[in-house]
Write a protein that binds this ligand. Structure first.
Ligand code: SN0
Length: 320
């Protein structure tokens, strides 16, 4: 693997899931692989799980890690080609990324969408420029449109849970929209959809009118406006808010009945409930679900480490 920005960077889904599971049962096997290699983690937005799990994964591989909260500690970056920089931006991404590439062997980058201009966000301009100018492999720590480390951790979590039960048909996985007070990125939902569409599962997405995701990520999924219908016989329910893609970045629905509750869970096949965290309790998901044995959220967060370690391992093995 060279860069890790999307499921398309993974040649075999099951192979990387199995690699992560092997690493989970034997975390220090590759302690020599990352010796004298440096991982830089650059954040333009807040992070808890991504920052700690990726740092831990790198340390398990024997790497050195440098973390920079670019939004608070760095210079304001310019991304426009040919810009006359006589305003607020201090440094061009082509200079900053090139310098960081000198200090690091691999760089992880987090950069959320601005949720103003759909074309700008969906062109992944910042990420693509960063990859172009830094000259070293780049791992997405959540980009404007995708969060592949989260989705890999989600696949690992489903795979672990599937090993515990005998099933005659594919598991039914439902991604449901949930209410939120803020307009959030579509990245987690896009990414989960993209990975589920490539997995051996029966996949349904449910959301209110106006919340269709970009079809590029959902091809093959069933899409339903009726949440109760979608939840019927679900084995896994993935709860996530996102802002509208068509009416870009807007909140179109404040219907609190979209929150997942124990009552709604009765429609499912005693479904396991997933969320990437951070979760707004009793807005997106009820306390009763999050504190019940059905919740997989902590297991998902744990699996972030093994997802990151499988990805870093694969990139390290490819470094010349
Ligand atoms: C981010 C998102 O993409 O939805 C990060 C998820 C891993 N979530 C938020 O920004 C939540 C912010 C909030 O105020 O609840």
């Amino acid at each position: 693997m060279k860069n890790f920005t999307s499921v398309t960077d993974v040649s075999h889904l099951n192979t990387i899931i199995q690699s992560a599971l092997d690493i989970k049962s034997n975390p220090y096997n590759d302690k020599k692989l990352g010796e004298n290699k440096t991982l830089g983690l650059i954040f333009l937005n807040p992070s808890l799980r991504t920052r700690l799990s990726t740092q831990k994964a790198a340390m398990n591989l024997g790497m050195n890690v440098m973390v920079m909260n670019m939004d608070k500690e760095g210079w304001a970056l310019e991304t426009q080609e040919g810009a006359i920089m006589n305003h607020t931006t201090v440094e061009h991404i082509k200079d900053a990324a090139a310098v960081m590439g000198e200090y690091c062997d691999i760089i992880g980058v987090r950069s959320f969408p601005k949720l103003i201009d759909k074309n700008e966000d969906y062109s992944e301009d910042f990420f693509n420029k960063f990859i172009k100018y830094c000259g070293v492999p780049v791992v997405s720590l959540e980009s404007a449109t995708l969060h592949p480390l989260q989705s890999l951790a989600d696949c690992i979590t489903i795979s672990e849970n599937e090993k515990l039960i005998k099933r005659i048909s594919k598991p039914k996985v439902v991604l449901t929209w949930a209410p939120h007070i803020k307009p959030l990125p579509q990245a987690v939902a896009n990414s989960f959809a993209e990975w589920m569409c490539k997995s051996d599962v029966d996949f349904t997405i449910t959301h209110p009118f106006g919340y269709d995701l970009n079809e590029k990520f959902t091809s093959g999924a069933k899409v339903l406006i009726d949440q109760n219908e979608a939840l019927k016989n679900a084995d896994y329910v993935y709860v996530k808010n996102w802002s509208s893609y068509s009416d870009y970045g807007k909140i179109l629905c404040n219907d609190t009945t979209w929150m997942l509750t124990l009552e709604k869970l009765k429609l499912t096949n005693q479904a396991k409930v997933m969320h990437c965290l951070p979760v707004r309790r009793n807005v997106e998901l009820s306390d009763a679900i999050l504190d019940s044995p059905n919740s997989l959220v902590t297991q998902q967060a744990n699996n972030r480490t093994w997802a990151a370690q499988a990805v870093l391992k694969s990139i390290l093995q490819n470094l010349v």
